[in-house]
Design a protein around this ligand. Structure first.
Ligand SMILES: [Zn+2]
Length: 133
């Protein structure tokens, strides 16, 4: 299966190792803010709320998270990135995420957001949305 984040990679070779850890039990960390953003989009697409919560900064993380099962995320486009690289501790990623209704696949909409991220040790964390369109 292709990775839901639209990287063009196989799911196992892309976001799966972040969501579920490696098959040998070790945990892999997305190396950049964009990679974390992509893995969180994938978590939305596959309904992995525990990954979403553990990659959310504790200061802004909701106590619990329920995803709308009618929302099918089908496309991620990265629009911009600023910092968020291997040697940065913070970064900003702009993206557009598109979804459709499971009940009526003709109903489609998208979310365009500019998100901020910080890195704590090896782990990039989502902080909040700077802008939502
Ligand atoms: Zn991916």
């Amino acid at each position: 299966m292709r990775c839901p984040c639209n990287s063009g990679e196989d799911f196992q070779g892309c976001c799966a190792k972040y969501l579920g850890g490696n098959s040998d039990g070790t945990v892999a960390y997305p190396p950049t803010a964009e990679a974390l953003m992509r893995s969180r989009y994938t978590a939305f697409a596959v309904g992995d709320t525990s990954y979403l919560l553990r990659t959310w900064h504790p200061d802004t993380r909701p106590a619990e998270l329920e995803l709308d099962p009618d929302q099918q995320w089908y496309l991620l486009e990265i629009l911009s990135t600023s910092r968020g690289g291997y040697f940065d501790d913070d970064g900003v990623v702009g993206f557009r995420a598109s979804y459709r209704s499971a009940a009526n696949r003709k109903l489609r909409d998208s979310l365009t957001e500019t998100s901020s991220f910080i890195r704590q040790g090896k782990q990039w964390l989502y902080v909040d949305a700077l802008e939502i369109h």
